[in-house]
Write a protein that binds this ligand. Structure first.
Ligand SMILES: [Zn+2]
Length: 110
């Protein structure tokens, strides 16, 4: 996604969001936008109803789909934040190893 996210970008990503196929950055951008944009939130609700609701027209669980959508958003947001933090930890760890490695090598040379 570009830096300036448009409603069009968001609405294109709706199926991927519902299937949890966006990366953490896009997930957070997506949630951030839909929470502040009525048009995209409506579009998301409709697509969610279509994608998920149709699969269970014959079951009693077709009811609280709006609650489920809210759950899905919170879950995806939480996972995206956790994934992003994990990447950061791995990155810091790798830098630490590199510094330590450099230190050990220079210790052997001098
Ligand atoms: Zn929008």
């Amino acid at each position: 996604m570009k830096n300036q996210i448009t409603c069009e970008d968001i609405q294109k990503n709706i199926p991927d969001f519902i299937n949890d196929k966006l990366d953490s950055r896009d997930t957070l951008a997506f949630i951030n936008h839909t929470r502040n944009c009525k048009a995209c939130m409506e579009e998301l609700s409709v697509e969610y109803l279509v994608l998920v609701g149709v699969k269970r027209l014959d079951s009693a669980s077709a009811f609280n789909l709006n609650d489920e959508l809210e759950d899905l958003m919170i879950r995806n947001e939480y996972r995206a934040i956790r994934r992003r933090n994990l990447t950061r930890i791995v990155f810091v760890f790798a830098i630490g190893l590199a510094i330590l490695g450099g230190y050990l090598i220079s210790g052997m040379l001098y």
